[in-house]
Design a protein around this ligand. Structure first.
Ligand SMILES: [Zn+2]
Length: 462
């Protein structure tokens, strides 16, 4: 056997069991569901030095693996091509799920492809992503959906669940063939734009209800827009930019919630950014409506006063005020906001090079989400680590019916490693991020998706 075929795996893992009923962490070994590997303070450390032979390239030694309350296995061994792997002190999490990404293929492969976007997802710890339908062709019927599904089957290295469009071509004029697409899509959305017509949204909700599917809404009332590029707040006033009002978002959230009350449709609000939206959704939940929502890392960690005259700070909805950010955090803590999604929206370098006014809307997020959230929210004591994992994995999986059995779908981070976010290191083709140059803690070392290595760091000096 050649020397490099000998694999030395030195890994220290924290393993803890979580009881979903009381949500408390404990060190005793007992079954739990559905999250089977989740670290927390006071959890058990396992350390083992082990030599093993190819084709096993990562060995999780002395780990007791449970899934849905059932003991699955002792240890994990993940086959790969081979190569030396030596890690220390990693935290192993069940793989994350992002319900809001733009993979751009088919139609816009110069921005991102399903291959590059899913590699970026794995690099960020994600084992499943839901792909938005603003594509060409827009998946609004079986034929156009098949164009996307065939590329997913060929190129994806993590699970990709496509959305079906709500309306034909996302034009808001006629309902898509929702019934035909329903078995193959995670939900329906016209993300990128709001459904302007009340009647169209009502019809979509009735059909989605009949089909047992969610409507996921990008809420934006075009009648309240006036060509703005950033939040209509202090920074816009100081720098002479046209603003995007908060009302353009929350007015449509309010409209949709009234329609949910009328139709009984399961409803999810995409990228909530305003304090008014949070209040509306909180009340809707109190009223017993079948409503969930997401927000993104940039809305939770930045305000409009952090903006710079650079396209990497431009997305829709825009980064809002400090009061909005604080309301979003409060919404996370009290359960109004159910999950964190990245709205990973890559564009070409040229498309993001035209400043705040001229650049296209959208930033990438898959490869920075965990470290940004861990640094800003967990390390600062705002969120507990296990709560963050619920927001990145448990809640999105439950709401969207994403099946990610734990032993075959997990990710490992070094929570002691600090590094500077360098867009040049991204596997995504998109490089525009407001977090470029920021120092963060928590680096992804490997991701196993569907039982295969989807990302493995070549750096083992952690
Ligand atoms: Zn959107």
């Amino acid at each position: 056997m050649r020397a490099h075929d000998k694999i030395i795996c030195r890994m220290v893992f924290k393993l803890v069991q979580r009881d979903r009923q009381d949500g408390e962490m404990c060190g005793a070994v007992r079954p739990f569901a559905p999250i089977s590997i989740l670290p927390a303070a006071g959890s058990i450390f396992y350390a083992q030095e082990k030599e093993c032979e190819t084709p096993v390239s990562i060995l999780v030694k002395d780990a007791l693996v449970y899934e849905d309350g059932r003991f699955v296995s002792r240890d994990l061994s993940i086959p790969a091509q081979g190569g030396a792997v030596a890690f220390h002190s990693l935290h192993v999490f069940p793989g994350f799920a992002d319900v809001h990404v733009h993979l751009r293929e088919p139609g816009f492969s110069y921005k991102e492809t399903i291959a590059s976007g899913t590699r970026a997802a794995a690099h960020g710890g994600y084992c499943a992503v839901c792909a938005m339908p603003n594509l060409n062709p827009v998946p609004d019927g079986l034929e156009s959906l098949e164009a996307q599904r065939s590329v997913i089957a060929r190129d994806a290295c993590v699970q990709v669940l496509p959305y079906g469009a709500i309306t034909v071509g996302e034009k808001g004029e006629a309902l898509s063939d929702m019934a035909a697409m329903a078995p193959y899509v995670c939900a329906f959305s016209d993300d990128g734009r709001g459904v302007q017509s009340d009647d169209m949204m009502r019809a979509a909700m009735r059909e989605a209800k009949r089909l047992g599917k969610l409507i996921c809404a990008h809420c934006e009332d075009n009648s309240l827009l006036s060509g703005g590029c950033i939040h209509d707040g202090e920074y816009a006033r100081l720098h002479g930019h046209r603003g995007i009002s908060s009302e353009s978002e929350w007015r449509q959230v309010a409209r949709d919630l009234a329609l949910v009350r009328e139709t009984g449709c399961g409803y999810h609000v995409c990228h909530v950014s305003t304090k008014e939206s949070v209040a509306l959704i909180r009340q809707a939940k109190r009223d017993g409506l079948d409503v969930t929502c997401e927000t993104g890392p940039h809305y939770l960690t930045l305000t409009d006063m952090d903006l710079q005259e650079d396209g990497r700070f431009k997305m829709n909805p825009p980064i809002r005020s400090a009061a909005d950010r604080d309301a979003l955090i409060e919404g996370l803590l009290d359960g109004t906001i159910d999950m964190i999604a990245t709205d990973h929206a890559p564009h070409s370098a040229e498309e993001k090079s035209r400043g705040l006014e001229g650049s296209l809307m959208g930033v990438v997020g898959l490869e920075t989400a965990f470290s940004v959230l861990y640094t800003h929210l967990v390390q600062k004591g705002v969120l507990r680590l296990e709560k963050l994992i619920e927001l990145l994995r448990g809640n999105p999986c439950r709401r969207f019916g994403i099946d990610l059995p734990a032993p075959e779908n997990l990710t490992a981070f070094d929570l002691s490693e600090s590094y500077e976010i360098q867009p040049g290191d991204f596997l995504s083709m998109g490089r525009a991020t407001p977090f470029a140059g920021e120092r963060v803690t928590g680096k992804c070392k490997f991701t196993i998706a569907g039982g295969k290595i989807a990302w493995l760091s070549s750096s083992t000096e952690n």
